[in-house]
Design a protein around this ligand. Structure first.
Ligand code: GAL
Length: 458
């Protein structure tokens, strides 16, 4: 496969890797359910995403992750791609249900062996593995017991986290506890558009509180077993702006910002939930037990910032709770990607600045940034100039933020390969590498070559 790489001449931006400093960490990110496939291979239990995507009408075109990129069987070729693209850090998540098919109890030896081989192979190729403990694929057995809405998840998650660090902590130094808790609670337990497909406040509010507790508990568990590990967690972050300079729009923007950017971060920093700006979330206090305020806190070594876009917000009387609507980019006549997300590179600058102002945050790493476009394979090549431009423009803003004092220390592209984009199925392609989902053939896109050239010139 590597023999077929073709050198391509691509425009380089007016900055280089060296401008970010020697120790800046460069990588690419993935997640288990989106790439692994092998959904019931070798003792793996079902996850909520297996069950959700198996129901008709939940995912576009009824796609599912049963095969995905078949990374479970092809990880060695895919890591060779990572190496050939000169990417030093590889972020992936562990499938809880592959390691613990019932969610707890006896570990699945084949699952353990798979992650051991994956980690060992990373190290053999001189690629640093970065592990996310939870990227949305809760074991279905635990969902049957209430999932994130059941406070017992604190114990289940602690057991799972302890197992992972004991198994892999001798070789893995970079850990992230949760991937984007706002998305998996909001989309999964409030809107019902992601697994497990639950709706309403009754599920959402306890799920938020338990995820926030597990976020800190997971951090403590990793640190207890691995005092030298770099422990982080990741957040979905969007830069928020009011549509008009009207007080009602500005107040709506404050509420949306508190919900999307602050809800999970601030309690970890000891600032509590931002209930002043989110009055409708006050019923979360009903789920708080004595000592929870301390239990929500954890001193993370780094915070993973995942930014794709900005959101423009308008006051909306009829929208329950938050009384705000997002004004889509189409209506604002601005460029957007296949996800209908505005291309707005300054967003990442503002987010990095905003997060850098929190005293409690030591270090930021952009653990995801990227874009979906309609890439096509033509004559064995995938030419994706929009993605190259997107990455260059966002990176320029990361550099500007760094030069203006933001505490940013790394940048990971989402994603290595095109993959299963949750409720959107396989159509939005985010990869640096194109995947033909009929044949599993990989083709490095122009953006992949661009990233390699960028990383190779120091
Ligand atoms: C993030 C998520 C990833 C990926 C990406 C692109 O929210 O962590 O799994 O899907 O968005 O939509």
């Amino acid at each position: 496969m590597i023999d077929h790489y073709q050198e391509q001449t691509l425009g380089q931006p007016g900055f280089s890797r060296a401008d970010f400093g020697e120790n800046f960490m460069w990588g690419t990110s993935t997640a288990a359910y989106q790439i692994e496939g092998a959904h019931e291979a070798e003792g793996k239990g079902p996850s909520i995403w297996d069950v959700f995507s198996g129901k008709r009408g939940k995912v576009k075109q009824n796609h599912n992750g049963n095969l995905a990129c078949d990374f479970f069987n092809r990880y060695s070729d895919d890591l060779a791609l990572v190496q050939s693209l000169a990417i030093p850090n590889f972020r992936f998540s562990l499938s809880w249900a592959r390691l613990l098919p019932e969610g707890r109890g006896r570990a699945n030896p084949a699952g353990v062996s798979y992650y051991n081989r994956l980690i060992d192979h990373c190290l053999e190729l001189n690629i640093t593995p970065w592990i996310t403990l939870y990227h949305w694929d809760l074991p279905h057995e635990l969902e049957k017991k209430g999932g994130w809405a059941n406070r017992d998840i604190l114990g289940w998650f602690q057991e799972y986290a302890a197992l992972c660090v004991k198994l892999f902590g001798d070789r893995v130094k970079h850990w992230m506890v949760l991937n984007e808790p706002m998305v998996f609670t909001g989309a999964g337990y409030f809107l019902g558009v992601h697994a497990p497909g639950r709706r309403g406040f009754g599920s959402f509010i306890p799920a938020v509180h338990h995820a926030a507790l597990c976020q800190a508990e997971g951090g403590r568990t990793i640190r207890e077993f691995l005092p030298d590990a770099e422990v982080g967690t990741t957040f979905s972050c969007s830069h928020i702006e009011p549509l008009r300079p009207l007080e009602k729009d500005m107040k709506a923007a404050v509420r949306v910002d508190a919900l999307l950017n602050r809800l999970f971060l601030e309690p970890s920093l000891g600032l509590g939930y931002p209930l002043q700006d989110l009055k409708f979330m006050r019923r979360i206090e009903k789920y708080m037990q004595a000592g929870d305020e301390e239990k929500l806190m954890f001193d993370f070594d780094f915070i993973g910032v995942q930014n794709y876009t900005r959101e423009v917000v308008k006051y909306a009387f009829w929208t329950p709770f938050v009384q705000a609507n997002l004004v889509p980019p189409k209506k604002r006549n601005v460029p957007y990607t296949l996800m209908n997300w505005e291309v707005y590179p300054e967003a990442i600058y503002h987010i990095l600045q905003k997060f850098s102002h929190y005293k409690g945050i030591k270090k930021l790493i952009v653990t995801e940034n990227g874009a979906a476009f309609a890439d096509t394979l033509q004559d064995g090549k995938v030419h994706d100039p929009e993605r190259v431009e997107f990455l260059q423009r966002y990176l320029a803003q990361v550099l500007r933020a760094k030069q203006d004092g933001a505490k940013v220390h790394g940048y990971f592209v989402w994603s290595l390969v095109d993959n299963f984009e949750w409720a959107e199925g396989y159509d939005p392609r985010f990869g640096l590498v194109h995947v033909d989902f009929d044949t599993q053939q990989r083709t490095v896109k122009s953006s992949g070559y661009w990233y390699r050239n960028f990383l190779s010139k120091r």
